[in-house]
Design a protein around this ligand. Sequence first.
Ligand code: SF4
Length: 339
Amino acid sequence: MSTETLDKAKANLPVRGFLNIEDIKIPQGEELKQAILDLKKEKNAVILAHYYQPADIQDIADFLGDSLQLARQAKDTDADMIAFCGVHFMAEAAKILNPTKKVVLPDTQAGCSLADGCSGEGLRKMREQYPDALIATYINCNAETKAESDIIVTSSNAETIIEALPKDRPIIFAPDKNLGKYLSKKTGRDMILWDGSCIVHEAFSMERIAQQLAENPDAKLIAHPESETPVLDLAHFIGSTSALLNFVEKDDSQKFIVATEEGILHEMKKRAPQKELIPALVFDESCNCSECFYMKRNTMEKLYLCMKYELPEILIDEELRLKALKPIEAMLEMSKTIK
Ligand code: SF4
């Protein structure tokens, strides 16, 4: 590994002042992998990773999953430390659900365009504007935003939950307008939408994907509902991260054009090695935009450092945690039957 990469990994550690950064040695290659496994044992830690993480992190994780599956794992783990390989709001949700555990995140800058664009204050204002409405918020948001919500949803359970909400109450849906539009169409419920989007899913180009389909007439387009409506209109199947994985595994087709974050292809290839997977194209031909820049901030080196020094740690004010917990627990209760 280059000195520059090592320096970047070290720079993430908020330990300047009581540790000499220059003295920190990060193992390399197989030794790095072994060192992480040794730390896991030594600290009774569990490594939870999202499907969008870099492949080497996915491979070393104890549990790989989507937001709903990871939230459940975080809630039920009896490990002392949760090394959460995902983005900040996910690690924060783990701490909300299991506050006695130490939760560490390899890189605190691993954010999310959806979470960053929707504040608790913004939702409070919307509630003032629509006092009768129930606020259903996608899990991709920070603790303050969760605390202002009536219920949290993930892409796996959103449809079930929205359908179960009282029909005589309007629904405010935040922060992803594309998922909101999709859910509104599926459930027939009118929704007041927050104007947010995912920088990865909104980058897919309908024109370029239509061209891919024309060039691959035997392929099926599968898309995550965070994608924009014109892309979803072309799709043969729309589903959450887990639903897309299951579809590729079980469907008879041998070729798929995949419109979601590219990291998922690693697990898809493992589950369906004989099938051909083509990443859907984005608007900008010069950009790797279907990779989430935030998710890819985590590296094996940063995972090693966060486990070794137990930093950066996720900490939440207890009053805020309890407020944010309520809508998450409501979600878990309403989605018990969903895998
Ligand atoms: S893929 Fe989109 S929604 Fe997911 S973490 Fe990245 S920016 Fe957020």
